[in-house]
Design a protein around this ligand. Structure first.
Ligand code: PMT
Length: 401
């Protein structure tokens, strides 16, 4: 996160149980080289003390809008001019409603209204509050005005409910702030992707898997990072080291990969499914199966479709899937584009010597609703860079039309 070195970040904290994570966010930003000033709403001080944040930021914490002493030193206008970016984490439903309607009754909302710096919000609230049409309308309005919403994530909440509304973890928020300062075709975007094979356990020592090495997916992750994206790579077992500055989440089975994507998809602007996910799994025997019988039968069950999970969200990320084919490549790829409701499908012949699975080269046919392109055999990293620049172009075309 070199982009944060010497950057001046205002961290806003509003009143909510996730306010304590603001301390971790301040620490992460400072560690990455940023200068940090903290502004809290009065409600936030009920959840975490200004003293804690003062100790972590090394600066006085600002709470009151009309504090004469603070105003002369670092008031809301001074702070606004000082900031390279403002990140509010957690952002409560109430705070988002205020921002959407231009209310400025406290220091933090006044500062956000007066600021021309990039504004990022990490919503955190009960899932029913997040799903309420009022909050959804406010979120949409804020997005349309260029505010970047980070999450929320799905999962267990302090109130005991399970669903969307959890604040993203501080490392993910800090990475998103860092991305605001990078340049490139995917600057400021979060790209979530899968790569590598999955392993479906038969017993504690055996599994069903496939020939994917992860090379193609890792090359795509590297190219996306180079283009300025924050990249979260959910990877099945491979021998590869993660590309620099890519956040890797290692999983084993299709079910684990599905859960890892489900937990992070809310952060994503773009999703790419490059993993060779098992289509079928089986229940693992608790102990090593003994070779007593001359024959044995494994009962297989369909796995959950990860790309389908992503593609049916609303709003959803720009969704791209790879398709590995051994015959009728175009026909099958077209079928997947429509059946999986994709924005783009990247088809590759597999089974040809020197291309596809576990080789350094590949040849790709990329299709989208009203177009397509063929790329002849080349190194995976070169193809990955071509692919990322095409995805960036189509992503931006979709978001400006
Ligand atoms: O890893 P390498 O050795 O470099 O090889 C690269 C590759 C051949 C593995 C890669 O380029 C590739 O083609 N990946 C997709 C392989 C695949 O599983 O294709 P598919 O046609 O079976 O699946 C289509 C899409 O659905 C894929 O995006 C897949 O990730 C996704 N899928 C499949 C099953 C499932 N349960 N969930 C999914 O999301």
């Amino acid at each position: 996160m070199d982009q944060l070195i010497n950057k001046r970040i205002v961290v806003g904290i509003t009143g909510g149980i996730a306010a304590y994570k603001g301390a971790e966010l301040v620490r992460r930003l400072k560690e990455a080289g940023a200068e940090v000033r903290v502004v809290m709403t009065p409600a936030a001080t009920q959840f975490i003390t200004p003293l804690t944040l003062q100790a972590l930021s090394g600066q006085p914490v600002h709470v009151e809008l009309l504090d004469a002493t603070e105003e002369s030193a670092m008031g809301h206008i001074t702070l606004t001019r000082w900031a390279d970016a403002v990140v509010v984490a957690p952002a409560s439903a109430d705070f988002m409603a205020k921002l959407a309607h231009g209310l400025a009754g406290d220091l933090l909302s006044t500062l956000c209204l007066a600021s021309r710096a990039p504004l990022l919000l990490a919503p955190a609230m009960n899932s029913a509050m997040w799903e309420n049409p009022a909050t959804q309308a406010n979120s949409q309005l804020l997005r349309e005005r260029g505010v970047r919403l980070l999450g929320p994530a799905d999962g267990g909440q302090a109130c005991g409910e399970i669903g969307p509304g959890r604040m993203l973890e501080p490392p993910a928020i800090a990475a998103a702030v860092a991305q605001t300062f990078s340049s490139g075709a995917l600057q400021g975007k979060t790209l979530l992707m899968t790569a590598g094979p999955t392993r479906e356990a038969i017993d504690p020592v055996r599994f069903i898997s496939n020939r994917s090495s992860g090379k193609m997916g890792y090359a795509v992750a590297q190219a996306a990072q180079e283009a300025g994206a924050r990249v979260v790579l959910v990877s099945g077992p491979t021998a590869l080291a993660p590309p620099a500055r890519v956040e890797r989440v290692v999983v084993e089975s299709a079910a684990e990969m599905h859960a890892a994507v489900a937990a992070r998809v809310a952060e994503a602007d773009i999703f790419i499914g490059a993993a060779a996910v098992a289509d079928y799994t089986t229940a693992s025997a608790p102990h090593k199966i003994k070779k007593k019988e001359p024959r044995m039968t494994l009962e297989l069950e369909r796995t959950l479709d990860i790309v389908a999970l992503v593609a049916r969200r609303s709003p959803r990320p720009f969704t791209v899937a790879f398709a590995a084919e051994t015959e009728a490549l175009l026909e099958h790829a077209q079928e997947k584009l429509h059946a999986k409701n994709l924005d783009m499908v990247v088809a590759n012949w597999v089974g040809r010597p020197g291309l596809g699975f576990d080789s350094d080269d590949n040849a790709l046919t990329v299709l989208w609703r009203d177009g397509g392109v063929d790329w002849p055999a080349a190194g995976k990293i070169a193809l990955a860079r071509q692919l990322i620049s095409l995805i960036a172009e189509r992503y931006h075309a979709q978001h400006t039309s």
